[in-house]
Design a protein around this ligand. Structure first.
Ligand code: GDP
Ligand code: GDP
Length: 435
């Protein structure tokens, strides 16, 4: 499924991040015990009346030391490029300023839907001023107050009215995957190599912008969609080289994928940005494969691969389930294994285990390592069942969920993984008190 994207644009201090955080709400909740993951507040999910969407605060994408006008120009361009619906935010306390006019002029160039939000309309009396904003030419202004949470419902009603139902539709036969990684790790080279002559390119699905966003191909009767191939091309706009933009782009691609291929550069090893993106894929419950590219560049001994793998395992501890493939886009080493590995991870991600098999494994696990006691109270495990997949989610019924410690839960997870192939997918284990 491709989530519709809403971008918020407006000059600094109008309240973009305040509104962004309000709409994102609790969804900006990052699993606290995920090491190496820092919060990124420019990209998140929102939901309104059952419509899910992704949301970008373009104000968070600063472009080096560019002058003010260049900054807001670039931010408006990002909104035009990335969004399906744009929220143009102005300050109701202040009236229209030059900076608003500048942004408006850029937004006139697009025919994407634009919803005008007039923020800081904190009380009834100040609503009178919003009529001035009709002159911007974006139709009805929506008065809101980020400080008090007023008017957001009407604003979001208008936003979702503009969603194209096609972007929200799902096509389930198709495995969607993305290549994620810092600039220069070799993503474009991998795309070209994977899409080599021996694969049939089914079609280039035209996205909402002028570029082809997704590329489909088929292998052995299985359809694959490579998400955001357009983002891999270098188009030379100023903002495209900023880290925040590429992280945002990566998050969006991950959201729209079943399986994320985290691409590392063997020459450079692992960087902070790699961890941030990988952490996002993990949290999103996506299938994950780690691809170490440029494997041809290393002078190897019999231990090189083992050592590199150990380095990855210690830096990406939360991704212990992700298979690692050492490849070279240049020499094509092991590239032919990639589609099969994606398919395997996809199947594992969607896998369902019957309750009887699951409970056999669970009871054996308890017999081997009895449940712990805390303050004289012993954890009792009654029964487990897989409640959903993508990612596989297992509920374990216990006498008291407080007694289920992280280490015992991990032990159970490891036992499950030993008996069933869940490589490449996270498993969620939830303990519930049996009533
Ligand atoms: P951004 O630069 O556009 O992301 O703006 P911020 O969200 O950082 O907000 C700028 C300032 O405006 C902060 O001090 C906010 O607390 C304040 N602010 C945001 N929304 C409102 C509002 O609805 N009413 C008032 N009075 N202040 C607001
Ligand atoms: P992207 O920015 O991640 O899309 O990276 P590119 O695909 O543009 O590759 C960046 C540079 O690395 C280019 O000069 C490629 O030729 C080179 N490159 C990509 N893959 C490999 C590889 O497997 N081995 C070697 N030696 N160079 C590679």
């Amino acid at each position: 499924m491709s989530l519709p994207t809403v971008a918020i644009v407006g000059k600094p201090n109008v309240g973009k991040s305040t509104i962004f955080n309000r709409i994102a709400g609790e969804r900006i909740s990052i699993v606290e015990d995920t090491p190496g993951v820092t919060r990124d507040r420019i990209y998140s999910h929102g939901e309104w009346l059952g419509h899910e969407f992704s949301m970008i605060d373009t104000g968070g994408i600063e472009i080096g030391d560019q002058p003010f006008v260049k900054q807001i120009t670039a931010q408006a361009e990002i909104a035009i490029d990335e969004a399906d619906v744009i929220i143009f935010m102005v300050n109701g306390k202040e009236g229209i300023t030059n900076a608003d006019d500048n942004i408006a002029r850029i937004l006139y160039r697009t025919n994407k839907p634009i919803v005008l939000a007039v923020n800081k309309v904190d009380n009834f009396e100040s609503r009178a001023n919003i009529y001035d904003f009709y002159s911007l030419g974006f139709g009805d202004p929506y008065p809101i107050s980020g400080a008090h949470g007023l008017g957001l419902g009407d604003l979001l009603d208008e936003v979702i009215k503009n969603f194209d139902e096609k972007t929200e539709e799902e096509n389930d036969d198709n495995i969607k995957f993305s290549l994620i990684g810092r600039p220069n790790v070799g993503k474009s080279s991998l795309v070209n190599a994977i899409l080599g002559e021996d694969r049939v390119i089914v079609s280039n699905v035209a996205g909402t912008t002028r570029d082809a966003i997704n590329t489909e191909f088929e292998q052995d009767g299985q359809e694959f969609t490579m998400v955001d191939t357009a983002g891999l091309r270098k188009r030379g706009k100023v903002y495209e080289n900023t880290e925040r933009y590429s992280v945002m782009r990566a998050m969006k691609a991950i959201d729209n994928s079943d399986v994320a291929l985290i691409v590392l550069n063997a020459e450079e090893g692992i960087r902070e940005q790699d961890k941030r993106i990988a952490g996002y894929a993990h949290e999103g419950g996506k299938g994950v494969i780690i691809i170490v590219n440029k494997w041809d560049t290393l002078k190897k001994t019999s231990k090189t691969q083992q050592e590199f793998e150990a380095g990855i395992r210690s830096q990406f501890q939360y991704l212990s389930y992700a298979p690692i493939l050492f490849v070279s886009a240049k020499t094509k080493q092991r590239l032919s294994q990639i589609p099969d590995l994606i398919k395997r991870v996809y199947d594992n991600h969607a896998k369902r285990i019957s309750s009887s098999m699951l409970n056999d494994v669970l009871m054996d696990a308890i017999a081997m390592t009895p449940t712990p006691s805390i303050n004289g109270r012993k954890l009792r495990i009654y029964y487990a069942t897989q409640v959903t997949s993508e990612p596989p989610t297992i509920v374990i019924f216990v006498n008291d969920e407080e007694l289920m410690h992280f280490s015992y839960r991990r032990y159970i997870e490891n036992q499950i993984r030993e008996h069933f192939d869940f490589s490449g997918t996270p498993i969620k284990i939830i303990s519930r008190k049996r009533k």
